[in-house]
Design a protein around this ligand. Sequence first.
Ligand code: GYE
Length: 305
Amino acid sequence: AACGSGSGGSGGDDGKITLGFSQVGSESGWREANTKSIKESAQTAGIDLKFSDAQQKQENQIATIRSYIQQKVDVIAFSPVVVTGWDAVLKEAQAAKIPVVLTDRAVDSDPSLYVSFLGSDFVKEGEAIGDWTLNEYKDATAPVNIVQLEGTVGSAPAIDRKKGFESKIASNPNLKVIASQSGDFTRADGKEVMTAILKANPKIDLLFAHNDDMGIGAIQAIEEAGKKPGADIKIVTIDAVHDGMQALADGKINFIAECSPLLGDQLMDIVKKIKAGQPVEKRIITEETTFTQQQASEALPNRKY
Ligand code: GYE
């Protein structure tokens, strides 16, 4: 595509659209499915994809975006690891007239600095977990001790899922968050942080992990502490990736709010529309559902990831 051909990034030598994509990392099953979706959809759409994994570091993402600007790609898309700190590089892209699409996670920059934002409503996901919790403990007469494993500090899903959850459970004073710490969305950190929390808190009734992977790490910690996940300590998570759904069907997780990683096709549509000069929506929200243990058993055979 546009290898500095001076064509204003309109495709260049082979006529293909070039998309530069900066991925957060490979921290979770969700991320793995998201990367696969983006790569497969680019291929199907005939879009030339430049892909880079930032290993959950903002400085890596900024460096990658700068290199995409230098290479004069047609469109830049990225999933911002954290919400803040993007103004400078987004202004550089705008000055170079390269349209930017956000996927999955939000930024706090002025919306005029990007064309579109495709992804989930994370507040709603947190609220779905909150609603389940309210119903599960509606007859509680004693305090319910809740532990929260938060996602990456400063990331949109961690901020919004916490907000959605806590706003819902606030209506029942028996529901008490006794510990809330980040496990950076990884299985390893989920296990480590939960091990420490279990040692400090003899009575835990419910764990809310901001993603399946941290929940699965915590399940290992709970089992090693001689307790039964899903029974002694109930567990609710977000994502609904394969391993999470399996743990749900197995009774080790009690409820999952879905977050769809399959953003590839919609992203490629947006990229094509931008290059064709067609209008695109500023905010495109992914549709998602929730799963009980029974629903997970039924859905598992047909899940794509
Ligand atoms: O929930 C988590 C991943 O940004 C929605 O990032 C995404 C989150 C997802 O690491 O598993």
